[in-house]
Design a protein around this ligand. Sequence first.
Ligand code: GDP
Length: 357
Amino acid sequence: MKVALIGVGQAGGKLAESLASHDLARSSVTGTLAVNTARADLQPLHIDTLLVGEAQVNGHGVGGDNELGARVMDADATEVMEALSGRVTSECDAILLVAGLGGGTGSGGAPVLARELSEVYDIPVYALGVLPGRNEGALYQKNAGRSLKTLAREADSVILVDNDAWRAAGESMDEGFAAVNDRIAQRVGLLLAAGEYEGRDVAAESVVDSSEVINTLREGSLAAIGYASAASSEDAAENLNAVTSVARNALLTGTSLPDATEASSALLVVAGDPDRISRKGVESARSWLGEETGTMQVRGGDMPLDSDRLAALVLLGGVERSPRVREFFERAGAAAEEVERADATESLVSDDLDGLL
Ligand code: GDP
């Protein structure tokens, strides 16, 4: 599946860079651009960059103000669209916006760009949205709640990654970002590799195609992905359990949105050496996936890789009814009230101070 990648904000830029560097051998990325209001966040990147909002914030970023982030992106939208035009080629199957939803620039700017891109291009506009972890502050939760509501409306689908999901035990948020970004890039990169396989002589009908990804994502506005891998035997017949257990682990312990197990559609990609993939295992994993997520729409396909391990990548479309999504919106709603109360107190205090001075 060929995509043009657009990173918005700090997390978006770093993730777009990680995704582009994971793609080197696969050629599923037709072009990459990082857009930000903060000059300092663009400087370390090795991909093309565009600074926006200079007139309003002079390269200093928008802080955590996602309303300002949205206004700035709106004002500079024409410039961004021009910079993107050469990267969205006729080969592209989709456009992928990448952003952390808890900050300011990505949170406010990604929904604006999703709207602009959908107006101009006929191909789907997807977003990869990073949700703040549970321990991040109220402003992050509030911002992410607002951003996600708009983004879900403007983009064709938002693939959610919870920042708590793929952090290894003991990794702090900051030191963990590089590792988390790497995991996100590896997994999303595998999804983008669908249909880009050229090489070994395998039964083409079983190889996963980009249309399977697009059709799975069509069934709802929020999506999640899961991944797991395991050692395998050389003989496919001996790998029935290996295939079913990687599929189980991908869904139950390896998803980007923990506990997102209710979906409108699902795609199971089994990656590995075609000679090692147990067809019976794939069949039983697919029917298990349908039962577990409560959907009759389960697609599937293989991704041939030269490896002695087997991996499962699960894509869930339409996860908005999942308990995890409800829990997130409750947290974001409570955080919004908290932020509003704090703002009201602050303005009372400053009114009092004004009266005293
Ligand atoms: P912006 O530059 O104003 O868009 O703000 P950020 O991109 O820094 O967004 C802040 C949110 O993104 C917070 O929830 C952070 O936890 C998260 N974040 C920041 N940097 C990274 C990163 O490199 N990787 C990941 N996964 N999340 C990040």
